[in-house]
Design a protein around this ligand. Structure first.
Ligand SMILES: Cc1cc2nc3c(=O)[nH]c(=O)nc-3n(C[C@H](O)[C@H](O)[C@H](O)COP(=O)(O)OP(=O)(O)OC[C@H]3O[C@@H](n4cnc5c(N)ncnc54)[C@H](O)[C@@H]3O)c2cc1C
Length: 479
């Protein structure tokens, strides 16, 4: 079977999959966006689809937290921002009647809080901070540094780096052997300049710039999804990101089976067998195909010994890295700080602090702390109460009055979210070689999900949905 190309998948989905003949029966493992979109496309074309989901809700990492907050406020634990180029999110939002609002980050007041003080990304503020920058960097603002070290390199690598369809050409390949840090240092960036630019490489947060693939990062920075392109066309889902998975779930109704963790998958020449837990009992169903959307961070809970996977697939399942992210939310009685829609990058363990309810009706507010990497893993080891207390202490140094105005708090530790166990893939040096192996179907066992995309960067709803469309196109081909 030949893998459909990225362009072919998009064309076929946009045209309504003309000439598509669905398989008779398919089991989909996981009701995150990839699983839901796969099941939606197959079931409306007459395929007998069964979705087995370990959790008690649809959406996986498209997860809106509505409890324990007062006044109907909500926050996003996972996916939040959608760019105008998130083709598949817009496609399904239109089709399912899900509405959008302008993204929070568009109007946010971004500043750094480092060495105990605030400063902006402009040249004068940076000059006043006595950071160990090079002589040339002292004359630049942060966007200027990004232009000098990042955009200029992406420009040199055009048209390959921003091609509509992702191919790792010989010109690009060497960048997959180098880390982001190595490339930035080789272009003359000082460590202090890298610290200032890093918050704006959002997708790398949680990753270590010293092990992250420079190629994946450059692809992102050269794309319209790069933070430097944020404008009023960037959006979020009105009422919460979970409106999108719930809209799919409404269409799929009882084809989704919640609290049914899959524990074993096997295949023969003629079919697959999928075994799952149902109220403490093991049950097995047969189908022509199975689509596995489980993140590789949690796939070890499924016995794949008889699934006929090739050795390199099993190897990649073990090797793929996921970033660690913790989000801690503090509900406060009222806004006690000056300015609106604050968004601070800090040198504290709480790397990012922002107003998570910038357009809320007030007077209450929710402050969100984002921790990544080893800092996230450190607070993951605390109890839930300790974590909130730790965050209050940290935020108090940035926004005095936090403890006084605090009402309640909660947190989401992505490494500990059952059946997910990570936030999104970290494309490390050498990632390009893993990608075709991750996506490749193994006979009747297919793979969709954020990690199985065409693009080297994950962490995006649209890439998860694209992987679903790719799998559906695959399923229309003979085995
Ligand atoms: C902190 C964070 C911030 C993000 N920000 C953004 C953003 O701003 N914009 C954006 O577009 N994307 C963002 N993302 C990424 C986006 O959320 C994901 O790429 C996307 O939701 C992944 O969908 P998926 O279907 O591949 O996986 P998931 O949503 O993880 O779905 C997998 C499903 O499989 C289920 N499962 C696992 N094991 C089993 C089993 N054994 N049996 C049955 N079911 C099982 C899980 O319970 C889960 O429901 C963010 C993610 C995180 C974590």
């Amino acid at each position: 079977m030949r893998e459909p190309t990225q362009a072919q998948v998009r064309r076929e989905l946009d045209e309504g999959l003309p000439g598509f003949t669905p398989p008779r029966s398919v089991v989909v493992v996981g009701a995150g966006l990839a699983g839901l979109a796969t099941a939606y496309e197959l079931s409306r074309r007459g395929c007998e689809v069964t979705v087995l989901e370990a959790a008690d809700r649809p959406g996986g990492r498209a997860y809106t937290l509505r409890q324990p907050f007062a006044d109907g406020m909500h926050v996003e634990a996972g996916a939040m921002t959608i760019t105008p180029h998130c083709h598949y999110v817009h496609h399904y939002a239109r089709e399912l009647g899900v509405e959008m609002d302008v993204a929070d980050l568009v109007d946010s007041q971004f500043a750094y809080f480092m060495r105990g003080g605030f400063f902006g990304p402009d040249r004068d503020s940076i000059a006043g901070c006595d950071l160990p920058l090079t002589e040339e960097e002292r004359h630049l603002d942060v966007p200027g540094m990004i232009k000098r070290y990042v955009t200029s390199l992406a420009d040199e690598l055009q048209p390959d780096i921003a091609a509509a369809e992702w191919h790792c050409t010989p010109r690009l390949a060497p960048y997959d052997e180098q880390s982001v840090y190595e490339v930035l240092r080789a272009r003359g960036a000082s460590p202090a300049a890298i610290d200032l630019m890093e918050p704006l490489f959002l997708e790398m947060r949680g990753g270590d710039l010293k092990s992250a693939s420079a190629l994946a990062w450059l692809r992102h920075e050269a794309s319209p999804h790069s933070l430097s392109h944020a404008d009023h066309r960037w959006s979020k889902i009105r009422g919460g990101t979970d409106r999108l998975p719930y809209a799919f779930a409404e269409r799929l109704r009882d084809r989704i089976h919640y609290r049914k963790p899959v524990v074993r998958i096997s295949q023969s020449d003629d079919d697959v067998e999928v075994t799952f837990l149902a109220h403490g009992r093991l049950q097995t169903i047969r189908a022509e195909h199975v689509v596995v959307t489980v993140p590789f961070s949690a796939i070890r809970h499924i016995d794949l010994g008889e699934a006929r996977l090739r050795a390199d697939k099993i190897d990649v399942m073990r090797r793929l890295k996921y970033s660690s992210i913790v989000r801690i939310y503090l509900q406060v009685r009222r806004q006690f700080w000056a300015g609106s829609a604050v968004s601070y990058s800090t040198d504290l363990p709480v790397r990012w602090l922002r107003d998570a309810t910038p357009h809320g009706p007030g007077p209450r507010k929710i402050l969100e702390c984002l921790l990544t990497g080893w800092r996230a893993r450190a607070v993951a080891a605390m109890t839930a109460e300790e974590r909130v207390d730790f965050a209050i202490d940290q935020v108090e140094t940035v926004l005095p009055g936090t403890r006084e105005h605090f009402e309640l708090g909660t947190s989401v530790v992505w490494d500990q979210q059952p059946h997910i166990e990570g936030s999104y893939i970290l494309p490390e040096v050498g990632h390009e070689r893993l990608m075709p192996v991750i996506r490749r179907p193994e006979g009747r066992v297919h793979f969709a999900g954020e990690h199985a995309g065409f693009e080297p960067n994950g962490g995006s709803m649209t890439f998860a949905l694209e992987s679903a469309a790719r799998t559906v196109v695959e399923l229309g081909q003979p085995v």
